[in-house]
Structures are given as C-alpha cells and as structure tokens.
Write a protein that binds this ligand. Structure first.
Ligand code: ADP
Ligand code: NI
Length: 227
C-alpha cells in the first residue's frame, strides 16, 4: 500500500478535517478539535509504520470517530455511524471506505471494564490506540475533569466506590464522581493497547496518572498539610 495518498483522497481528508474542526472548535467536554486533531495525527503516525493499514480509512476514521458520540446523543450508539455515513456520502466517498469508517466508529468506544472491544480492522486498531492515548497522561487527566464538569459531576467522593461495569448499558448509566473514572477505565487502558508503539507511550502516561492520583488523594485528605 502506498503511503502517498492520491489527490482525491487528500481532498476528502482536508474537507473532512474542515467539517470536523468547525463542528468541534468550541466543544467544552474534552472532545474538542484539539482531541480530534491529536487522534488524527497519532493515528496517521501509527499508520505510517503499519504497511497493511489503509491511510485513507485510518485518517477518516480518526477524524470522524467522535462525530456524534453516544455520550452526547442520549446514549444512541447509531448516531455516530449514521452521521459519518451521511457526511462521507455527501462527499461521494467510495462505498467500501464508508463501510470501513462506519465500522471503526461503531466499535471504537470503551464500553465498561468487563466488556471486550475488539476492532475488526487494523485501521480500527490504530484509531482506537490513538483515541485511548489521548485519554491518559496529563491530557487524559485534564479531559476527565473537563468531562466531569460538563456533566456536573463532583471531582471525588470516597463514599462512592469504583465499579467494574460488565455491560455497556450499566457503563452508560454511570454517574459517579470523576476520580472513579480513573479506576473504572483510564488506569486499564495501558493493558488494552493494540500496538507495541502505543503501549510504549502508554507506559509513561500511565505512570504520570498514578502520580497525579497519589498527590490528589494526599491533598484530599490534607496529608501534605499535617506533615
Ligand atoms: P471513548 O469512545 O472510548 O469513550 P472518547 O474519545 O469518546 O473515547 O472519550 C473518552 C473520554 O471522555 C475519556 O477519556 C474521559 O476523558 C471522558 N469521559 C468519559 N466518561 C467519563 C466519566 N465518567 N468521567 C470522566 N471523564 C469521562
Ligand atoms: Ni475520542
């Protein structure tokens, strides 16, 4: 597979990037254009090192992966695949490319600790890794609290223990304080990376998050004050 995209493909990618940038520029829950742009760039880098990955499907999957996320559409899992298909059809994209991108969007989301989320394509694995890398580390911490604020959640409540969700339905209904999300998802992403390259990056982002939580919980209890 050639790494250089044909010019029609480049045009489709740039029109998709413009469409998504416009839509997400002022988003305030951590799903802003910056998130999408980072996922796009990281997925593109991963694809450059993965000869069997189709760069067009990878880039479109990354750009469109949160186009109409169920989290912001009353839990509707079809909203994203539907919106991506409508956009790509309006751009006269190849039907096989549309099917592949739609599958990525349908499969990519974390659905609870006990729910496996295998991707059916190599391009999907790369986009999922890029999306998950953006959920951890310093940016991951910032995004989690931005999302919690957006949903009016308290930062932390030691009386509410973390839960391991065994179904997508129970994961979706969760309204726990934001610190719980680290134990219910973020600290487990390192183990769930599809590619060795993403796993390596995840290691140091994971260590940073653990350090953050340790300090957060010390301050919560005032332990650093009473020393
Ligand atoms: P996914 O599709 O896997 O959920 P997204 O890119 O849509 O990935 O966004 C996931 C991000 O949204 C999380 O990494 C986190 O920043 C935020 N988020 C989702 N649920 C919660 C939650 N319950 N508490 C805090 N942040 C959350
Ligand atoms: Ni995302």
């Amino acid at each position: 597979m050639s790494l250089a995209l044909a010019s029609a493909d480049s045009l489709l990618i740039s029109s998709t990037a413009d469409f998504i940038r416009e839509k997400f520029l002022h988003e305030g829950s951590g799903h802003d254009w910056g998130h999408i742009r980072r996922v796009w760039q990281v997925a593109r880098r991963l694809a450059a090192d993965t000869p069997e990955a189709d760069p067009l499907v990878t880039e479109l999957g990354a750009l469109l992966h949160d186009v109409a996320d169920w989290k912001f559409h009353d839990g509707d899992e079809e909203a994203g695949p539907r919106a991506a298909r409508a956009w790509l059809m309006s751009q006269q994209a190849d039907p096989a490319v549309i099917d592949s991108v739609e599958a990525i969007i349908r499969e990519i989301s974390f659905k609870g600790l006990g729910v496996p989320t295998p991707m059916s394509s190599v391009e999907g694995e790369l986009v999922q890794d890029a999306d998950r890398l953006d959920a951890i580390g310093a940016i991951g911490v910032a995004r989690a609290f931005a999302y919690g604020g957006h949903k009016n959640r308290p930062l932390h409540d030691p009386a509410v223990p973390p839960v391991s969700h065994d179904s997508f339905e129970s994961y979706k209904q969760n309204t726990a304080p934001t610190v719980n999300h680290f134990y219910e998802k973020l600290l487990h992403l390192r183990e769930r990376m599809n590619t060795p390259a993403a796993r390596r990056v995840a290691e140091q982002r994971h260590a940073y998050m653990e350090q953050f939580l340790q300090q957060f919980l010390r301050e919560w209890e005032g332990e650093d004050i009473s020393e």
